[in-house]
Design a protein around this ligand. Structure first.
Ligand code: AMP
Length: 180
């Protein structure tokens, strides 16, 4: 990706200070999604990168990972699998807990999410990686079903947290734009 393309994507993402609580700068991707040119630059880049991976599925993290993941799955001609917050999936699930600053959260996947494809090759995608708790739990879930998380992809990564380094212990990590 050229620096110019990276700038188009970065400029289309809006910073919302103190949301959802004081001290957090929320990276708002709705202004990227409603900008057809910037959204197109991003999706074309991802499709080009992952064309050669021969993926079977894209797994998206609830909820913003669904937007990029489902679009990319169609561009690459593979299936899409949602990884959801606890209690949202209707069929039998397996789940994984992860720690938050206070307490814990839990993500789930359908037990048959990757159909009957042996060692399915899966790309995990979300909009942003911060502490890496959600993505680590999601990658573990993919691998627990018998599929293989080939790589985890993020539009944005918070470099001042160690989320990306922690995740690299279980899968490859690709972050388009690092935030220092
Ligand atoms: P974490 O588990 O700490 O890596 O948090 C990642 C999840 O929280 C992703 O699904 C993000 O969409 C969301 N998230 C965390 N921090 C931010 C932020 N500053 N701006 C937007 N989304 C965030």
């Amino acid at each position: 990706m050229t620096q110019e393309e990276k700038k188009i994507i970065n400029d289309a993402i809006r910073d919302i200070p103190d949301f959802p609580k004081p001290g957090i700068i929320f990276k708002d991707i709705t202004t990227l999604l409603n900008d057809k040119d910037a959204y197109g630059v991003l999706m074309n880049h991802l499709a080009k990168r992952y064309k050669s991976y021969d993926l079977d599925f894209i797994a998206g993290i609830d909820a913003r990972g669904f937007i990029f993941g489902a679009a990319l799955a169609q561009m690459l001609g593979c299936g899409f699998v949602p990884i959801r917050k606890k209690g949202k999936l209707p069929y039998t699930t397996i789940s994984e807990k992860y720690s938050l600053e206070y307490g814990f959260d839990e993500v789930e996947i359908h037990i048959d999410a990757f159909r009957d494809i042996k060692n399915a090759k899966v790309l995990l995608i979300d909009d942003l990686i911060a502490t890496g708790g959600t993505a680590n739990a999601a990658a573990s879930l993919i691998n627990k079903t018998g599929a293989k998380c080939e790589e985890a992809c993020f539009i944005l990564g918070l470099n001042f947290l160690d989320g990306q380094d922690k995740l690299k212990k279980q899968t490859k990590v690709y972050t388009l734009i690092g935030i220092d």
